[in-house]
Design a binder for this molecule. Structure first.
Ligand SMILES: [Mn+2]
Length: 320
């Protein structure tokens, strides 16, 4: 237990809503928006525990995140260890670093370890760092999964791009209408443990060494095909191209990030969330420094991703 862990620790763990984020040093400032908005919309009668899984996180960043603790929201830090599974993933990521690859970093796979590492919880939430809460995340936690293993929203970005639809259906053999975004997950950890999820994923990595478009998300959809409950879009509303009315959680997914651009739908809500967190100044400077060249590079990456999806969708049999 690190001295950075702080906040309440209710005796009855069953009453706590555990929410996981996975970050690197660069992502700490964006995560501050997700965490502060989560705390602001929390139910004062409930307890929450934000668990930050990281590989490298500077002391000043840990200190600033730790200082966000409130009466009913604790913060905990968990450093990822290089166990056998992690070695397989890191090695796999190292071989997949083409220009088309946003997702080549091992940090994207940390969420797959939650069930295995946190045996004290039966159910948990995972959220991306590029999210903002607009309602109590406890309400998401309370959703009954029935016999499903996880709940997630069908990925709205897939339907927008024909290449992605073809990729998902042909290369992954998952119906596009069922393919979910892994940025917001409600997980039955008991079922994931029973399934040996992480072993299944690393077995697939070892067997096929496949070059995918959105690796961690693709594995999730392939391994849990037919076992995923579809969340209402309000729990993973992606403001670029969607009406934010009624949103309970906003996800600045793939698209324009409010910390780079001025004209981002709902961007002001991000800035409101990070105000007073200790990261506000850093974020303003980051926005100031963002150039047209950075913008060009980001657009090229998206283009390469679409091209990769197109190429992979032409294969004869599924990749995995
Ligand atoms: Mn995201």
């Amino acid at each position: 237990m690190s001295i950075f862990n702080t906040g309440i620790n209710p005796f009855k763990k069953a009453n706590v809503v555990p929410v996981f984020l996975t970050i690197t040093n660069d992502y700490a400032k964006y995560a501050a928006g997700a965490i502060s908005s989560l705390m602001k919309h929390s139910n004062p009668k409930r307890y929450y525990r934000v668990i930050v899984m990281y590989d490298r996180l500077s002391i000043p960043n840990r200190w600033r995140l730790r200082n966000m603790v409130t009466r009913n929201c604790a913060i905990e830090f968990h450093k990822m260890k290089y166990n056998l599974y992690m070695q397989i993933i890191v090695r796999y990521c190292a071989t997949k670093t083409g220009s088309a690859d946003f997702f080549s970093s091992a940090v994207y796979y940390y969420r797959s370890f939650i069930a295995r590492l946190f045996l004290q919880y039966e159910k948990a939430i995972y959220i991306d760092s590029d999210t903002i809460l607009m309602d109590d995340i406890g309400k998401l936690f309370d959703i009954d999964l029935g016999d499903k293993v996880i709940a997630a929203r069908v990925d709205p970005k897939v339907a927008m791009v024909p290449e992605f639809v073809r990729y998902v259906e042909k290369a992954l053999d998952v119906p596009a209408k069922e393919y979910v975004n892994s940025g917001v997950l409600l997980m039955d950890l008991k079922k994931l443990r029973k399934l040996h999820y992480i072993t299944k994923m690393t077995d697939l990595i070892k067997e096929y060494n496949a070059d995918l478009v959105a690796p961690d998300q693709d594995y999730l959809n392939v391994i849990l095909k037919g076992q995923i409950m579809h969340l209402d879009k309000s729990w993973n509303l992606q403001p670029e191209g969607e009406d934010p009315k009624g949103a309970k959680l906003l996800h600045f997914n793939l698209s324009k990030k409010p910390w780079y651009h001025e004209d981002v739908n709902c961007g002001e809500l991000f800035w409101k969330a990070v105000k007073g967190t200790g990261f506000y100044g850093d974020l303003m400077r980051e926005k100031e420094r963002y150039t047209a060249k950075d913008e060009e590079e980001a657009a090229l990456k998206i283009k390469a991703l679409v091209e990769k999806a197109d190429k992979l969708s032409k294969i004869k049999k599924p990749l995995l």
